[in-house]
Design a protein around this ligand. Structure first.
Ligand SMILES: *Cc1c(COP(=O)(O)O)cnc(C)c1O
Length: 232
């Protein structure tokens, strides 16, 4: 299977999941997670009209951004260190992985410097896994409120990385919890906060995530194949 064939197969499943959930296909952005994969594989997808790509390393995102056409939307989905914020603020269309006020403050500072607005998501560790970044559900509203006060930042919603599971149904409660948290916080009408984005669902569970309200799914392996970290 070529990258394009894989993409079309995923797109088909995204459409069917939208149908099952009674949602319009336009409500869900399929992000092709191209981390560790070469430019040539990204370029294969461009004729299909694919423009949303996800990267988890600053250096890789900026190198690919530099090399490829400017209408590509680069999503920063990986853990972000404060000292690298300056390289991505004007390159990423959205930073999905804000998990502390100090990181939000740094993004704000750099956004002001670069005279740009930065869209951010708050990363929530819904399942409370020790190995994962993200704030706990109970800390989320506070971080949203504090981040929203900072200049040149727009809080657009929430993101989670669900646990690795064999059966995607096991993650349905995780996605449902994030959705409920988002609705809850969205209902408080906090200034400068939208809860329009729910970034959740990866190769193993994106269909379930869509059924539970995901607006952005992040699919890597399902599109580009297995990653070989040893070679990258
Ligand atoms: C790598 C990665 C993905 C994609 O994972 P796959 O299982 O390959 O689809 C999604 N989200 C984040 C944050 C990632 O780091």
């Amino acid at each position: 299977m070529s990258v394009c064939d894989n993409y079309k197969a995923v797109e088909d499943k995204v459409q069917k999941a939208c149908e099952r959930a009674g949602r319009a296909r336009s409500e869900v952005t399929l992000i092709a997670v191209s981390k560790t994969k070469p430019l040539s594989m990204i370029e294969e997808l461009l004729p299909l009209g694919v423009r949303d790509f996800g990267e988890n390393k600053v250096q890789e995102l900026t190198a690919k951004e530099e090399a490829l056409q400017k209408d590509i939307r680069w999503h920063m989905i990986g853990h972000l260190q404060r000292n690298k914020v300056k390289y991505v603020v004007d390159k990423a269309c959205m930073i999905h992985s804000v998990d502390s006020l100090r990181l939000a403050q740094e993004i704000s500072r750099e956004a002001v410097k670069h005279e740009t607005m930065v869209s951010i998501l708050i990363e929530v560790n819904v399942a409370g896994e020790e190995s994962k970044f993200g704030v706990s559900p109970s800390e989320t509203e506070d971080l949203v409120r504090e981040a929203a006060k900072l200049p040149n930042i727009q809080v657009e919603g929430l993101m989670t990385i669900a646990p690795y599971v064999e059966d995607p149904e096991e993650n349905r409660p995780v996605f449902r919890n994030l959705r409920n948290l988002s609705v809850d916080i969205g209902g408080k009408n906090i200034d400068n906060v939208n809860m329009n984005v729910l970034s959740m669902g990866m190769t193993g569970d994106y269909e379930v995530a869509i059924e539970e309200g995901a607006t952005h799914v992040r699919v890597g392996t399902g599109i580009f194949g297995e990653r070989n970290y040893a070679l990258s």
